[in-house]
Design a binder for this molecule. Structure first.
Ligand SMILES: Cc1ncc(COP(=O)(O)O)c(C=O)c1O
Length: 386
């Protein structure tokens, strides 16, 4: 027996990363020594103190009941404390909601505010969940905001005509371009959202992965942001906990409440033991500065970044030295799919930019989430084939 999918499912493009995983598996099965520089999942482990906390919290039998849709009070307090330390932003208890990773929050926020036929402004290229999991699954339509090299991969708000736009996604440090922004840009974004009455969803998932002394801001540091913005972040990248599915959404009270209302009909919050581990993880910050383990992680990533970017530049490819994220966005001077296929032939997997949207064409995203010796080997292969 077969069933017809709902129209919205038929409108979804194939999930890029699932497709990449499939090709990589196939290659591995053929015995290829594959170096995957394609998926944004850190190879570094969570810090030891997090694993110790996990063992302790999971063994506590009180930590296996339902949580609350909004998350445990202790967890929400820990998130508020972290925002105060890290960004000097004050958050009340009803301005924080726990999410099962920021991906879930990003997808579900639209369910609370977006009606069928509404428009959602989405960067292009971008993390695909804004246009798909969020917009298409709400029967809304995504309006691309091109991120062009000549604009430093920032949207041009003057060029946007938001006729029916209800919501807008913005993400810096950016996946896939690795671009970063300053507060001047964030101020423009807040003013644009307020002026046009658009909900501003700010994805700050890479806020803590940064190099050369750069520290990413929060949109909530900007005057007036609390009137229009909700910010998403998680422990996934900061603490190398992608599989533990714990994150948070914070900001405007009505936006947080809307998301919580959706979630109360769908899930019952992340596992209590994970939230308690997250409390301990976030408490490792004593101020604005990154804690020691994170400085060390970022140092490791920075060395890999330097290796990769210097190799690419040496062989004539133009790419910025990213100040944040674990991605390099490379102008591949042509068809990104062909370029990625060429590298795949020598066992190096990268992501064609066109997979992140039509304005991603002409670029590939290379991830440095592999140990240094594998990056060195990948560089050798890249040099040999280009
Ligand atoms: C830009 C961006 N936002 C959000 C996420 C989701 O992260 P998580 O759901 O693990 O918090 C990712 C994951 O790769 C991402 O690249």
């Amino acid at each position: 027996m077969t069933f017809e999918y709902a129209d919205r499912i038929n409108r979804l493009p194939p999930y890029l990363f699932a497709e990449i995983e499939r090709v990589l598996k196939e290659k591995k099965a053929q015995g290829v020594d594959l170096i995957s520089l394609s998926i944004g999942d850190p190879d570094l482990p969570p810090p030891k103190f997090v694993i110790e906390a996990l063992k302790q919290e999971v063994a506590d039998l009180k930590n296996h009941n339902y949580s609350f849709s909004q998350g445990e009070p202790d967890f929400r307090q820990a998130v508020s404390d972290w925002y105060k330390k890290r960004f000097n932003v004050d958050l009340a208890h009803d301005q924080v909601v726990a999410v099962l990773g920021s991906k879930e929050g990003i997808a579900n926020i639209a369910r609370a505010f977006v009606n069928p036929g509404d428009q959602v402004l989405v960067p292009d290229p971008a993390y695909p969940v804004y246009a798909n999991g969020s917009t298409i699954l709400c029967d809304a339509s995504a309006v691309p905001m091109p991120l062009l090299e000549e604009n430093s991969f920032q949207p041009d708000f003057d060029a946007i005509e938001p006729k029916k736009a209800k919501m807008m996604f913005i993400n810096y440090p950016n996946n896939p371009t690795a671009a970063t922004v300053d507060k001047k840009f964030l101020k423009q974004a807040v003013e644009f959202a307020k002026d046009k009455n658009i909900i501003l969803c700010y994805d700050n998932a890479y806020s803590e992965i940064s190099f050369d002394g750069y520290q990413a801001p929060s949109i909530l540091e900007i005057d007036g942001a609390m009137d229009v913005a909700i910010e998403f972040n998680s422990l996934s990248k900061t603490f190398n906990m992608t599989g533990d599915r714990i994150g948070f959404a914070v900001g405007n009270k009505q936006l947080v409440t809307g998301l919580t209302r959706v979630k109360s009909q769908i899930d019952s919050g992340p596992p209590v033991y994970i939230q308690k581990v997250a409390v301990k993880a976030l408490a490792s910050y004593t101020g604005r500065e990154a804690p020691e383990f994170l400085k060390k992680n970022n140092q490791t990533l920075q060395e890999r970044r330097d290796l990769l970017v210097n190799t690419l530049r040496k062989i004539g490819y133009n790419c910025e030295m990213p100040k944040a994220t674990f991605y390099v966005w490379v102008n591949c001077k042509g068809d990104s799919m062909k370029f990625a296929t060429k590298l795949l032939d020598v066992g190096v997997a990268v992501t064609p930019g066109v997979g992140f949207g039509k304005y991603g064409e002409g670029f590939v995203r290379i991830t440095f989430t592999q140990p240094k010796e594998r990056i060195v080997e990948a560089c050798k292969r890249i040099v040999s084939v280009l």
